[in-house]
Design a protein around this ligand. Structure first.
Ligand SMILES: [Zn+2]
Length: 481
């Protein structure tokens, strides 16, 4: 539920984002600009159709196990870049059977991976860390190069064979990596992890150089790929260097990319600056969980959300059994679960939400996926029901998918007659369906006090119980009309 209305005061603090370290790449001067490097595919005993089949199975598992960011702006952004790059695959490396797709997984790390035959997954953390469209294109061109050079099945050709169809249960473990990854994987992690996601130096060098060539043809400055790798390297000092362990530096990585860039002509410029919109969208969502958090939740039998859902963090704690008394205004006192914090106040509204259930948007408005908002709407005359209808219309202005699910039921609030109704909405934070429990009661000056409980539709049952208890705890200290 995202709200804007006359009763919403802008938050006092604008959200501040940490800008990635500025990195300047100093161009290496080369005395003679040579011809671009021609990269040849390796010996491969698998058919391109088998690449497609392996990738299809693995991608299905990824989509089932990892939360996706189903945001149109973000998806459109990576799909556009992906398509530009695919259009510029050199003729001698075309694979007509391949089916390319580009998805964003809601994971915090700066990472990306591509599966045989075409499916590519970018971590939200990578898009957040990138400063330009071309930096994103750099990572994607590198991943795409592994795909079209068929590096996954080329590695498998040299090593241990794996059976198509035997990769179930290995995808998440391979992506998480390390000891946690092996625990999660059913059986051997060798097949997927080693062959599809981790490459040796030779393949890395090829993906860097071919990626640079494809970037230039698609209108991106290939030196920005080198910039992005440097950003990854610097940010990974404090985080697990997953991307780097999967894509090891083949040696003099930056210099090699820059040298290749010298041989390349950047064709008509690709769009720039579209990443700014994407950054703004992502900043409005709950922070992405880490892969480890998602993996741990799965081990404990919790799902990261239904297939195809998104932005929602998997780690919102349930309402605690302990309760606390809060006094958001001089005239009202109520009880809420002890693990809900007051997350914004002023202008007549206060939100109580659990960790991860609340987003402060850049334009200073509130948006939350779990929790309760309490506010007051000024009203001049009118019945309780008329004023409640008016309030709903205000909400509907900023929440176009808001629908009332049934009639009003009379409920007692602080000993007065109140109204309670259920609404459905599509969360602007996650794009998922959410359920809203709204109660209203009139104050002595005729204004309307409202309680708005919000929860994802599939958690409505738990939360509606909590909202009911909150409603029963309300005490009003204004003069009784
Ligand atoms: Zn690589």
């Amino acid at each position: 539920m995202g709200m804007a209305g006359p009763f919403i005061a802008p938050t006092d603090k604008q959200r501040t984002r940490t800008a990635p370290l500025a990195v300047a790449i100093i161009a290496v001067l080369t005395l003679s600009a040579g011809a671009q490097t021609r990269i040849e595919p390796h010996k491969n005993s698998y058919s391109p159709q088998q690449d497609v089949e392996l990738g299809r199975q693995a991608a299905a598992e990824v989509r089932q196990q990892l939360p996706l960011v189903n945001d149109q702006t973000t998806e459109g952004f990576v799909e556009e870049i992906g398509q530009r790059l695919v259009d510029e695959i050199p003729d001698y490396l075309q694979q007509p059977a391949f089916r390319y797709s580009f998805d964003v997984v809601n994971l915090k790390e700066i990472n990306a991976f591509a599966l045989p035959g075409g499916p590519m997954f970018l971590h939200r953390g990578m898009i957040e860390a990138a400063r330009t469209d071309a930096e994103v294109a750099g990572v994607m061109a590198h991943e795409l190069s592994h795909v079209i050079l068929r590096h996954g099945t080329a590695q498998a050709t040299k090593g241990q064979k794996f059976q198509i169809g035997a990769i179930a249960g290995q995808v998440l473990g391979a992506i998480v990596g390390g000891r946690t990854g092996s625990v999660i994987s059913q059986g051997s992690q060798v097949g997927l992890g080693v062959y599809f996601l981790k490459y040796g130096r030779e393949y890395e060098r090829e993906a860097d150089l071919l990626g640079a060539q494809i970037m230039a043809r698609a209108g991106y400055d290939p030196r920005q790929m080198a910039n992005m790798f440097r950003t990854i390297e610097q940010q990974n000092r404090s985080a697990a260097p997953e991307w780097l362990s999967d894509h090891p530096d083949p040696g003099n990585r930056y210099e090699a990319i820059l040298r290749e860039a010298e041989t390349l002509q950047v064709e008509g410029p690709a769009p720039q600056g579209e990443i700014d919109d994407v950054h703004a969208r992502l900043a409005r969502m709950s922070p992405a969980p880490t892969t480890q958090q998602v993996a741990r939740a799965q081990q404990q039998g919790r799902q990261p959300g239904p297939v195809g859902t998104s932005g929602r963090t998997a780690q919102v704690e349930r309402p605690s059994a302990q309760w606390q008394t809060v006094e958001p205004g001089e005239f009202v006192r109520l009880r809420v679960p002890a693990n809900w914090q007051q997350t914004s106040s002023g202008g007549g509204t206060v939100t109580y939400a659990p960790q991860g259930g609340y987003v402060r948007t850049q334009d200073g408005q509130s948006a939350f996926t779990h929790g309760l908002e309490l506010g007051v709407m000024q009203a001049d005359g009118g019945s309780l029901q008329q004023n409640t209808e008016q309030l709903l219309q205000l909400f509907a202005r900023t929440n176009p998918d808001l629908r009332r699910q049934g009639g009003y039921s009379r409920t007692s609030i602080a000993g007065r007659q109140g109204l309670t109704t259920t609404l459905s909405n599509v969360s602007e934070v996650t794009g998922e369906r959410e359920a809203i429990n709204m109660s209203t009661v009139q104050l002595s000056d005729g204004s309307l006090l409202f309680l708005l409980g919000v929860a994802p539709a599939d958690e409505a049952q738990t939360y509606f119980n909590t909202f009911g208890r909150v409603r029963q705890s309300v005490q009003l200290m204004d003069r009784i009309p």
